[in-house]
Design a binder for this molecule. Structure first.
Ligand SMILES: [Zn+2]
Length: 353
């Protein structure tokens, strides 16, 4: 029989960190909830005797990047309150700590960025037989398993509206401290209610993506039709050094959602938001690629038309528009990969529900 834990001492985060890549599944006796640990870092709560109220199903993921501690702390607080029955919720929830081994080394990842491995990117096929090759590394295997768990969770609640918030903090400062990436939804309308929920978390800056991606949020959006976002809640800091007041509204909003609070999309007002769309994707095509601004320049910093953004093979890459703002710059990507996005404000009033 598998080892079981009460999840109180040690708590689920500690157990997860002690079992970096695998933990046998087990159930945890609990008065209010069906509590099931599906794997290391993967725990499911479903209220007992409450089937009629399960019209929402939530996935809250953290530690897809291991050193992004604030979201881990938020989720740990909620998990521990659920385990100890000091928090009463209505809706089922799956919590995921994405990369426990990376948490333990305080790094984004061990071998490969987990948030570039979803939607099948974790598995490569043999070009001759088309059979799946063994996973290239443990993060690939983890991404495949996380997809299975998200699928299992949503299948357990087939009637529920699906929501997934993949919680992160950023390495770089941001001109807008909190922001969310709205994955590409293939022309479907953006949801006012989701904007309002995220605004309650303190997020008013949105980046609307315009193509498929290998991120966790695009996976759950595209594969499971979930309301899905990559949510950047602030800046990366070590455990214990996060200013909890900066994350209080995010945590409280997640709790309110689980408790069944209704958020009214009709209060949506575009003037409360900074909604941006991708203007240009600048790929690194040569080893000589370098950014023309300092490492401490914040995400969403605006440039003037003609200002230099980067340099490659001795040639300047400049802003094409006034107000072109930079996001996710990284000169250290592999050749052919995206080194920088630039974004511009957009008006989405004609495609909102
Ligand atoms: Zn991250």
């Amino acid at each position: 029989m598998a080892t079981t834990f009460d999840l109180i001492s040690p708590d689920f985060l500690t157990i997860t960190r002690n079992n970096e890549w695998h933990l046998d599944a087990f159930n945890v006796p609990n008065e209010l909830y069906n509590v099931q640990v599906w794997d290391t870092g993967v725990i499911y709560f479903s209220p007992k005797n409450n089937a009629s109220e399960q019209e929402q199903a939530f996935v809250f993921s953290s530690a897809i990047h291991g050193n992004e501690t604030a979201p881990i702390e938020i989720c740990t607080d909620i998990i521990n309150d659920l385990v100890s029955n000091t928090l009463a919720i209505k809706h089922p929830v799956l919590f995921i700590y994405g990369n426990p081994a990376a948490i333990n080394i305080s790094e984004r990842f061990v071998e490969e960025n987990l948030n570039r491995l979803f939607s099948g990117r974790h598995t490569k096929a043999d070009p001759e037989s088309n059979a799946a090759l063994p996973f290239e590394n443990k993060e690939c295997e983890r991404a495949a398993k996380l997809e299975e768990y998200v699928t299992r969770f949503f299948e357990l609640h087939p009637q529920a509206e699906r929501t997934h918030y993949d919680l992160h903090t950023a390495i770089r400062d941001s001109a807008h401290e909190k922001f969310a990436v709205y994955p590409f939804i293939h022309g479907k309308p953006w949801k006012k209610q989701q904007f309002e929920i995220l605004r309650a978390m303190g997020v008013t800056t949105f980046l609307l993506m315009e193509k498929a991606a290998t991120t966790f949020s695009y996976y759950s959006s595209n594969e499971h039709k979930a309301n899905s976002f990559t949510v950047e809640l602030g800046k990366v800091r070590p455990f214990g050094e996060n200013d909890q007041t900066k994350f209080a509204s995010a945590k409280q909003t997640l709790i309110n959602l689980l408790k069944g609070t209704h958020f009214d999309g009709e209060s949506f007002d575009a003037t409360n938001y900074q909604i941006m769309t991708v203007f240009r994707e600048i790929n690194k095509t040569d080893e000589s690629f370098e950014l023309s601004f300092a490492d401490n320049v914040a995400n969403f910093t605006e440039f003037k038309k003609g200002q230099e953004l980067a340099k490659e093979k001795g040639e300047a890459i400049v802003a094409n528009e006034d107000g072109e703002a930079i996001v996710f710059p990284n000169a250290h990507v592999a050749i052919g990969q995206r080194a920088l996005l630039t974004v511009l404000p957009t008006d989405i009033s004609n495609n909102l529900v």
